[in-house]
Design a protein around this ligand. Structure first.
Ligand code: G1P
Length: 272
């Protein structure tokens, strides 16, 4: 089964400058928890315990976050504040973390390829931490359920307003069972007037290791970047690639609106 999850986390987070000047965007918190920890917890809930993180320059805080801080442990142990560390201690105990760096920013496909040494020759999940999801059953858990049945790559999708297709990869497919589509076409960030559908890819993928060779052969696409969307389209021509309209809520925490909405949502849910 799927045991590893790749987190592309090398991006600059320019939309959140100056906050992201010295802080990785993946470390921005929704309430008290950094975005990437939500992603790791979702993976863990889906039975994945090996986290492979593709980082870049200025991202060391991610490694420190998923490590013991002896000084902090020493200060807080036995005090009324110790419970604040419960969740992160739990994550650190249950998972292993490995890191590699993406040296150049050449797109999501390239970031995923940079993680090949951490993944090896097995199927794996990909989480884009700024797509924060909340669902009664985690989105990765839902996808892994489906993977057990189909044993092929699966991409999470949701319907977006037609005027927003230029923010997403968009798929076309035949609905083969409820909420499950067999992909026949995919386009990265089409302008609304050219978009073949409003079924947008969101940042959860289950991939098979043959994708690495396909990415290696994928030419730069939209924005001059190596796109995972283009690599998956190539793969779908030879074998089945599915898209899954998941059950749950997604917040685009890479945008200020989405970030604020997520904060309000989790505040209502967990604090009030
Ligand atoms: C990436 C993908 C895009 C997908 C999106 C989901 O774009 O390239 O296909 O729809 O993630 O968040 P990015 O948002 O990194 O530009």
């Amino acid at each position: 089964m799927i045991k590893k999850c790749l987190f592309p986390a090398a991006g600059y987070g320019t939309r959140f400058l100056p906050a992201t000047k010295a802080t990785p965007k993946e470390m921005l918190p929704i309430l008290t928890k950094p975005l990437i920890q939500y992603g790791v917890e979702e993976a863990l809930a889906a039975g994945i315990d090996t986290m492979a993180i593709v980082t870049g320059r200025g991202k060391r805080a991610i490694e420190d976050h998923f490590d013991i801080s002896y000084e902090l442990e020493h200060q807080i142990k036995g005090t009324s504040k110790e419970h604040y560390l419960t969740e992160i201690r739990d994550v650190i105990t249950k998972c292993t973390f490995s890191y590699t760096r993406q040296i150049e920013m050449k797109g999501l496909g390239h970031a995923i390829l940079s993680g090949e040494t951490l993944i090896g020759n097995e199927a794996f999940a990909v989480v884009l931490a700024d797509d924060l999801c909340d669902a009664p059953k985690g989105v990765l858990s839902q996808m892994i359920e489906l993977y057990k049945k189909y044993q092929c790559p699966i991409i999470a999708i949701e319907e977006v307003p037609k005027d927003q297709t230029n923010k997403y990869g968009v798929i076309v497919g035949e609905e083969i069972s409820k909420n499950v589509y067999m992909i026949s076409d995919m386009v990265e960030k089409p302008e609304p007037k050219n978009a073949p559908s409003n079924l947008a890819i969101i940042g959860r993928y289950l991939l098979t290791p043959d994708i690495f060779d396909i990415i290696r052969k994928t030419k730069p696409g939209k924005g001059g970047e190596i796109q995972i969307t283009d690599a998956l389209l190539e793969q779908s021509k030879k074998s089945m690639v599915l898209a899954y309209k998941f059950d749950g809520q997604r917040f685009d925490c890479g945008s200020i609106d989405g970030f604020v909405n997520a904060t309000n949502y989790f505040y209502e849910k967990e604090i009030k």
